[in-house]
Design a protein around this ligand. Structure first.
Ligand code: NDP
Length: 346
């Protein structure tokens, strides 16, 4: 193997409250030898995900295993195969996998996805981690299977300028919503919701209680709430939902860390009174929808009906800062880290 070591981002210690840069460190680690059925992959883009916040803790159990102090972080990434001991995934293939937060990775070909399918001519590489990746797929599953979106629905999306949110807002319109309302932090993001992502209206949750904004922007109520943040905005949505309304519980950005957790759960009486359906989901349970999703979204991208937007941070050294920035709302669309691509097309 030509490459024997790689730089990785390690967790130094668990955060005491909000994470800080010193909780992370860059280290050099040896790569294992390439075994049968394995690939050496050079990572080109790494996904920065809110779920990593919960994985930094010792007790909170989120979507997958928690990180261990002294060990490398991991997460979704897209890379190019440099060496292969799997005939069906030759060098030069682009693959997505879970061993991000490092420059090179040795992994089982069977644990990758996208080989032969990820085509930079069809969509730029970052899009394969964003709108055409887990992010867009989460928005699609939440709207179609979980919320059961119907033509004419009024749809509300929180964190509407984020990765999943900006996809959900655009997909909702294309799936027949009559009116799409988003929430975001700050006037600039709210302006983007309307101008770039095609929302009909936007509520700035930092400037005004969302419950008051919804009384103005959706006086007749909403049918579907795609919830990325939980807390106060979920309560506001429970009040705004029409009888029979549906909620896709996707994530709880406002509830990360025990100190942030709110006690608004008693407002769930609204779910009883209005016969609401609230349904949580984990996107990986819905892989059967992937072919339908990829075919529809590549079509929408080709026709220019959806915009893929990313916030790209350069270099592994800046990856911890990218995570901290994401948690503080520093992204529009998908937050990615781009690694040195050494001449590979991107
Ligand atoms: P985003 O790109 O939406 O980034 C997070 C955004 O959350 C920030 O940009 C910020 O936007 C907003 N935010 C941060 N803190 C708060 C707060 N206290 N209150 C309200 N908003 C806040 O991330 P993703 O699109 O990747 O993820 C969105 C959600 O989807 C997350 O909750 C994530 O865990 C979940 N998810 C769930 C999956 C599943 O299978 N169920 C799969 C993938 C993601 P702003 O500036 O507007 O505040």
């Amino acid at each position: 193997m030509t490459v024997r070591t790689t730089r990785v981002v390690c967790l130094v210690r668990r955060p005491d409250g909000e994470p800080v840069p010193d909780d992370f460190a860059l280290e050099q680690r040896e790569l294992p030898p390439l075994g049968a059925g394995q690939l050496l992959v050079r990572n080109l883009y790494m996904s920065v995900d809110p779920s990593m916040r919960g994985r930094l803790e010792s007790t909170e159990k989120h979507y997958t295993h928690n990180f261990t102090p002294g060990s490398p972080l991991d997460g979704r990434a897209l890379g190019v195969v440099e060496e292969s001991r799997c005939a069906s995934v030759p060098p030069g293939s682009f693959v997505r996998h879970q061993l991000g937060w490092r420059e090179h990775a040795v992994l089982d070909a069977a644990a990758t996805d996208g080989a032969g399918r990820i085509d930079p001519a069809l969509a730029p590489l970052p899009t394969w981690l964003g709108l055409l990746g887990q992010t867009g797929f989460t928005a699609y599953v939440g709207l179609t299977r979980i919320a059961g979106i119907r033509p004419g629905d009024t749809v509300l999306v929180s964190a509407g300028a984020g990765a999943v949110g900006s996809a959900a807002g655009q997909f909702a319109r294309l799936l027949g919503a009559g009116r799409v309302i988003g929430t975001a932090g700050g006037p600039d993001k709210c302006a983007l919701l309307v101008k770039e992502f095609g929302y009909d209206a936007a509520a700035d949750y930092r400037a005004e209680p969302v419950r008051e904004a919804l009384a103005r922007l959706a006086p007749d109520g909403v049918d579907v709430y795609f919830d990325n943040v939980g807390g106060e905005q979920l309560v506001a949505a429970l009040h705004a939902l029409r009888p029979g309304g549906r909620v896709a519980l996707c994530g709880m950005m406002s509830q990360f860390g025990a100190e942030r957790r709110s006690a608004d759960i008693n407002q769930l009486i609204q779910a009883v009174l209005k016969r609401l359906t609230l349904r949580g989901f984990i996107v990986r349970d819905h892989d059967d929808l992937r072919p339908e999703f990829e075919s529809r979204v590549t079509g929408w991208l080709r026709s220019g009906e959806v915009t893929a937007r990313e916030t790209v941070v350069e270099g592994l050294d800046n990856a911890p800062q990218a995570l901290l920035s994401l948690l503080a709302g520093g992204n529009v669309g998908k937050m990615l880290v781009r690694l040195d691509t050494c001449g590979v097309d991107r």
